[in-house]
Design a protein around this ligand. Structure first.
Ligand code: AHR
Length: 331
């Protein structure tokens, strides 16, 4: 069964890439595209959330032939081993750049040694990795997840204060993202740092909803069966918050009122949920990395230096701002 699954995954990656392979023609020494295009292999995490779909679209809209690129896209289906297979495939295809949004932080050393040996620059985007040798990648661009977690905690402290609940016992549950992914690690750590300043906040439980709406709903249903006094849900992305909202409504409670819902990403549907009164705040995580990565590639093409770590600016969007700002949201 495992072998069948693996073959299936490989054939999906191969099918995704096959049209691009057909564009290639062999010259005497190397492969090149008919037009002088820069070939970029993007190893995406999956399609687990609205954020992820906006991120993929950002790359598709940026890395077009009109802009001088050939984009090869591999969907890792939220599995690190699929992403490693895709990187190996891109090495075989001798792409010009590999862009990697790593599923989790660990497990990359071996495959990045292979990209280094092949002389293919790797640009990390969105999530970060832990490696002993940071020359294995050129640079990283993405959001500051730990800051996002702190922003969420500080917003909650301020909100409780305004409600006159600053000294109450506050029972919290957390729907975590994919365990070991940098948004999960950073948001959990950042929120915990603020929580340490509030001894009356109690974390009843934390479980992974894997960044998906369906799993978020399932985990929230479990929390509601076990605890009858939940004050706050921290959902480590909007889609898990949407699942939690459905579970809370099904339990006969009013999300956003009976239970405060805090989430991350600030996708358009989160603004709709805030306008409906179901979600209290969404801390932004900006997915529009396509143009940022293109800028990095252009600099590298010109032989310029790039900053190793590049954080993007992100905001905090409480429910009371949602109606005014929804029209301005680009994703
Ligand atoms: O890595 C970014 C996170 O991954 C986003 O918060 C989430 O929605 C996505 O799946």
């Amino acid at each position: 069964m495992k072998i069948v699954k693996r073959l299936l995954t490989l054939s999906i990656i191969a099918a995704m890439l096959i049209s691009c392979m057909a564009c290639k023609k062999k010259t005497q020494e190397s492969y090149s595209y008919e037009k002088d295009l820069i070939v970029v292999g993007y190893v995406q995490v999956g399609a687990e959330s609205d954020w992820r779909r906006a991120n993929t679209l950002s790359f598709e809209n940026t890395f077009t032939e009109e802009n001088g690129y050939k984009l090869l896209l591999a969907d890792g289906q939220q599995k690190t081993e699929n992403q490693i297979e895709a990187i190996r495939y891109f090495i075989q295809q001798d792409v010009d750049y590999i862009v990697l949004a790593p599923n989790v932080e660990t497990g990359w050393e071996g495959i990045l040694m292979e990209t280094k040996e092949a002389g293919i620059p790797v640009i990390l985007t969105d999530r970060q990795i832990k490696v002993s040798d940071d020359s294995l990648y050129v640079c990283w661009v993405g959001g500051n997840f730990e800051k996002e977690g702190k922003d969420a905690g500080r917003w909650l402290a301020d909100y409780l204060e305004k409600q006159g609940r600053a000294d109450e016992i506050i029972n919290i549950v957390t729907l975590q993202g994919t365990i070991g992914s940098s948004p999960q690690v950073g948001r959990t750590r950042g929120f915990a740092a603020v929580m340490a300043e509030h001894p009356n906040w109690r974390m009843l439980d934390m479980q992974s909803g894997e960044f998906t709406q369906s799993k978020g709903q399932e985990v929230m249903e479990g929390f509601l069966k076990r605890f009858d006094d939940i004050d706050v849900v921290i959902a480590e992305n909007d889609n898990m918050a949407f699942g939690a909202i459905d579970a809370i409504k099904a339990a006969g409670l009013d999300p956003g009122d009976d239970i405060i819902i805090v989430s991350f990403d600030a996708v358009r549907a989160a603004f709709e949920a805030m306008i409906a009164g179901d979600l209290n705040v969404s801390v932004e995580c900006n997915p529009l990395h396509g143009p940022r990565v293109a800028e990095i590639i252009q600099r590298l093409e010109r032989g310029e230096e790039v900053d190793k770590i590049q954080y993007v600016d992100e905001g905090i969007f409480p429910a009371e701002t949602a109606a005014e700002l929804i029209g301005t949201r680009p994703y």
